[in-house]
Every structure is written in structure tokens, then in C-alpha cells.
Design a protein around this ligand. Structure first.
Ligand code: NAD
Ligand SMILES: O=C[C@H](O)CS(=O)(=O)O
Length: 496
């Protein structure tokens, strides 16, 4: 690594650049390592341990040993450790954002926003820890008293994606810790540095050894680690965020051990603009939803449906705004769209654009690789008009800065098109007709629906999908339910 020019050479606290894994409170090296590259330049940033099945077993055993003491703490005591972790995440937000932009590529301002978003789950569940209430139930038998206890489920595992290197971890780990569960985390092979820095801050906050474990590896090692996490009867809950394809694999691997699952999977979000919409607001919302993180979010608008009466106005205004977006390194002033994560992502985006054009789409702006030779994977923000259902971009999650715009005539046609997918994570629509807002909001088959907004994510609302976009909800007061078990206590012989 060329330390002089590395973006990580400017950390305020260089000790946050951790290049070891964390098991049982110890930082762990390994003979084999995984190179971490900057997607904007292709340059090597750091190396992290390539761990596998053996280390996964060690981490599970450490978590199991740590569980009794962690669950024995009061909710307030656990919440206190989490509150200190939240405060340290916010105190070191600039360094965490710099590490995130270096390894994931998103613009620094977006990375800073993700740190705040990710830390908000720690803050939220530090408080929710104190609200895991039980129940007393009026007994039909006067000699009995009926109670319901809610207790921590046990050792939890988390496997997370590269596109939100901090928030996808804290959205799982915070409720687990709050409920009294120790965790074993396997971050994405592309973006472990942000995760390891967060783990270091958890250590500084007083997280006891074995309560939070972080395993790093490459793609093949992740498969081996996943098999151990899925198969272990000690792991009572597995939470995964990533592609639906991998979600299916983990679900099948977990079946023999009958463990609770949290799955936050792929999406294919429709973004519908009706004739009665505020078109400028809809353009702004499309910009926010489509091009955030260079289009690499699970809730990005993937298919834009615009009603006949405003179609040309919308596509022209959107294309004009998109053409003015600045593309480049996330560290460069004013950059709005950073690099895609890897060459495979770039190839998929170009394939979707080429397929759409070959099938009759009209290119309004973009549609090409930028800064070729820079070592980065930059793609021009793109708007395609005249898209139709026969195109790949209608069926697959593009996961890049490409907006295909479909035309529709009636409300029923828009709803049918929007729901014609196996996915059901997020959907959006713009209308100022209150009756339509209720009709369409209720008819869309998605876990999350944004109405007159393109930004829907926060720590207080339940986040999750239906159909093949996943199982369960993260965030909100529902988020902790995943990590507790209900126990029915039947007390007899009260009359003796
Ligand atoms: N629903 C959500 O909240 C959400 C959030 C972010 C990303 N995603 C989805 O994730 C996808 C992009 O992220 P990605 O490319 O990192 O997804 P991915 O599924 O390829 O990888 C996600 C994680 O799973 C691990 N993994 C991959 N194969 C595995 C296996 N066989 N066993 C164990 N672990 C395995 C990876 O190492 C990584 O840590 C998109 O489909 C996106 O929609 C969904
Ligand atoms: O990519 C998936 C994330 O969940 C997106 S968000 O930041 O939560 O909106």
C-alpha cells in the first residue's frame, strides 16, 4: 500500500484502521490475507485476515461463553454500553466516513450520512433494550397464574453486504445486543475496514470479550464461514442482508438446525408518477431514490413508470438534471456519483443498457463508462425512455445509476406492472389525489412504500420486504422481536 497517497493516511485516529479480525476480545491475524482495494482507483488499501470454518467455530464458542454474563446484565446496563458505542461512532464519524469512502466508493457526504444512519440504530436499540416487556394473562383457572416472558434468543450471526458497510451491520447487531444476545458478524469481503473500525469502537465502549465477534475473509472463505454459522445449533438466529440468491442458499443451509432467520434481500423498486403528481417533486424524488450510492441500494428505483400526460415533461426534466451530475472519486469536492463496487457490477450495468437500447429504448443521457484508464469503475448516470417489460432492466435489479422510464395509461395498468415481479422490498409513487394515495398504497405488494418521497429509511420505522425480498423487519420497535423468544410460564397450585 502506498501509504503516502492512500486516502487512509489522513485519518484523525489512525488506530481505527484495523487489519485484524476480532474473536473473543482478541485481534486475530492469519497467514492468508485478503486485499482490500479502492474502487475509485483500483489501488490496494489494506490486507485483512482470510478466515474460514475453524475461526467461525472459535467465534461461535466465544460468543456462547460470553452469553450468560451479557444476558445477566440489566437492560439498562447493556443499553449503557451501547450508548457509549453510539457516542464513539458519532465522535469518530469523519474517520469512519473516510474509511467507508475509501473501500466502498460512495461520496464522502453520503458516507457521513451512513455513519449517522448506522449509529442511529445503536442509539435507538440502546433505549429499546429497556422496553422488552412481558405479559400477564387473565387465567381461566383460578388456581393458576399465566405469564409470558421475552428472553434473548441466544448466539446470533450476521452476514452483511458491501453497499452499506456500517448500517447493515448495526441494523442487525444493535437489536441483538440490546436483547441480550452475543453476535458473530461476517462483513462483506469488499468492505471489512469500516466494520472493523466499528468493532474497535465497540471495544472502547466496554463491549465484553466474545459479545461482539467480527470475522473477515474472501468470497470463498465467506462461503465456508456461512456453512458453519448455518449448521451450528448454537447459533439460534441468522440475519442476512444481500442478494436473494444467497438468501436462498443460507435459508436452505439453516434448515437442519431450525434457526430463526432475518432476510433482507434483493429489490426491484417501481417508481410511479401519475398525471396529478407534482412533476418537479417527482423528478427530485427520482434523483434521490435512483442515484444514491451510484444506484447501489436495495431500495433504489429500478423501474420508473410515468403516466401518459406527464411522460415527456418528466423524462426531459429528469434527463436534464441527471446530465448535470458530477461523477468521480467520493473524495473529490461536489462528486454526486462515485464508482461501482467492481468490474462485475460495471459489466451488468452496461449489459442492461445495451439490452434496453437493442430492444427500442431511447437514450436521453449517459449510457457509457467514464474515466476509463483511471483504475476506477465509473458509469455515467443514465436515463432511458420508452422502456418496456421485455427488457432485462424490467426483470432484474440493475444496481447501478440507470433509470429506465416506462409509460402507462391507467392506474390499474401501473399497479399491475409494478407488482409483476418476485421482489417486494420498496416501491414509490407520486400523486396528490388522496383517494389514489390510499388505493395505490394498499395495492402495491411491497414492504415499504414511499408516497411523494424517494427517501424512506430511518431507524424508527420497520424496514423489510415481502415475497422474495425477505423475511422479518429491521429497525423500529419491531426490530428487537427477531432477537427474543416468548416463554409461557404457567404457575399452578396458587390456591394452596
Ligand atoms: N434488503 C436489504 O436491506 C438489502 C440491503 C443491501 C443489499 N441488498 C441486496 O444485496 C445485493 C448486493 O449486495 P452483495 O453483492 O454484497 O450481495 P451478496 O449476496 O453477494 O453478498 C452479501 C454477503 O453475503 C456473503 N455471501 C455471499 N455468498 C455467500 C454464501 N454462499 N455463504 C455465506 N455468505 C455468502 C458475502 O460475502 C457478503 O458478505 C443486492 O441484491 C441488494 O439488493 C439488500
Ligand atoms: O441497500 C439497502 C439499504 O437498506 C438501503 S437504506 O440505506 O436502508 O435505505
Amino acid at each position: 500500500m502506498d501509504t503516502a497517497t492512500s486516502p487512509l493516511a489522513q485519518l484523525q485516529d489512525p488506530s481505527l484502521l484495523k487489519t485484524q479480525a476480532l474473536i473473543d476480545g482478541h485481534w486475530v491475524e492469519s497467514a492468508n490475507t485478503v486485499p482490500i482495494h479502492d474502487p475509485a482507483t483500483g489501488r490496494l488499501l489494506a490486507q485483512v485476515p482470510r478466515l474460514g470454518a475453524a475461526e467461525a467455530e472459535t467465534a461461535i464458542a466465544a460468543a456462547e461463553r460470553a452469553w450468560p454474563a451479557w444476558r445477566a446484565l440489566t437492560a439498562k446496563q447493556r443499553g449503557g454500553v451501547m450508548r457509549r458505542w453510539f457516542e464513539l461512532l458519532m465522535q469518530h464519524a469523519d474517520d469512519l466516513a473516510r474509511i467507508m469512502t475509501a473501500e466502498q466508493g460512495k461520496p464522502l457526504a453520503e458516507a457521513k450520512g451512513e455513519v449517522t444512519y448506522g449509529a442511529s440504530f445503536v442509539e435507538w436499540f440502546a433505549e429499546e433494550a429497556k422496553r422488552v416487556y412481558g405479559e400477564t394473562i387473565p387465567s381461566p383457572d383460578p388456581t393458576k397464574r399465566l405469564l409470558v416472558l421475552r428472553q434473548p434468543v441466544g448466539v446470533c450471526a450476521a452476514i452483511t453486504p458491501w453497499n452499506f458497510p456500517l448500517a447493515m451491520i448495526t441494523r442487525k447487531v444493535a437489536p441483538a445486543l440490546a436483547a441480550g444476545c452475543p453476535v458473530v458478524i461476517k462483513p462483506a469481503e469488499q468492505t471489512p475496514l469500516t466494520a472493523l473500525a466499528a468493532a474497535e469502537l465497540a471495544q472502547r465502549a466496554g463491549m465484553p470479550p466474545g459479545v461482539l465477534n467480527m470475522l473477515t475473509s474472501d468470497a470463498a472463505g465467506s462461503v465456508d464461514i456461512g456453512k458453519v454459522l448455518c449448521a451450528s445449533p448454537v447459533v439460534r438466529h441468522l440475519s442476512f442482508t444481500g442478494s436473494t440468491e444467497v438468501g436462498r442458499i443460507l435459508m436452505a443451509q439453516s434448515a437442519p438446525s431450525i434457526k430463526k432467520l432475518g432476510l433482507e434481500l434483493g429489490g426491484n423498486a417501481p417508481f410511479i408518477v401519475f398525471d396529478d403528481a407534482d412533476v418537479d417533486a417527482a423528478v427530485e424524488g427520482a434523483m434521490q431514490s435512483k442515484y444514491r450510492n451510484a444506484g447501489q441500494t436495495c431500495v433504489c428505483a429500478n423501474r420508473l413508470y410515468v403516466q401518459d400526460g406527464v411522460y415527456e415533461t418528466f423524462v426531459q426534466r429528469l434527463a436534464e438534471r441527471v446530465a448535470g451530475m458530477k461523477v468521480g472519486s467520493g473524495f473529490d469536492e461536489g462528486v454526486q456519483v462515485g464508482p461501482l463496487i467492481d468490474d462485475q457490477a460495471l459489466t451488468k450495468v452496461q449489459r442492461h443498457v445495451d439490452d434496453a437500447l437493442a430492444k427500442g429504448a431511447r437514450m436521453l443521457t449517459g449510457g457509457k463508462v467514464l474515466h476509463a484508464g483511471s483504475g476506477g469503475r465509473f458509469y455515467a448516470p443514465t436515463v432511458l425512455a420508452d422502456a418496456h417489460a421485455g427488457m432485462l432492466c424490467a426483470r432484474e435489479e440493475t444496481f447501478g445509476p440507470v433509470a429506465p422510464v416506462f409509460r402507462f395509461s391507467t392506474e390499474d395498468e401501473a399497479i399491475a406492472a409494478a407488482n409483476a415481479t418476485e421482489f417486494g422490498l420498496a416501491g414509490y409513487f407520486y400523486s396528490r389525489d388522496v383517494g389514489r394515495i390510499f388505493r395505490v398504497g394498499e395495492a402495491l405488494e411491497y414492504g415499504i412504500v414511499g408516497v411523494n418521497t424517494g427517501l424512506i429509511s430511518n431507524e424508527v420505522a420497520p424496514f423489510g420486504g415481502v415475497k422474495q425480498s425477505g423475511l422479518g423487519r429491521e429497525g423500529s420497535h419491531h426490530g428487537i422481536d427477531e432477537y427474543v423468544e416468548m416463554k409461557y410460564l404457567c404457575l399452578g397450585a396458587i390456591d394452596r
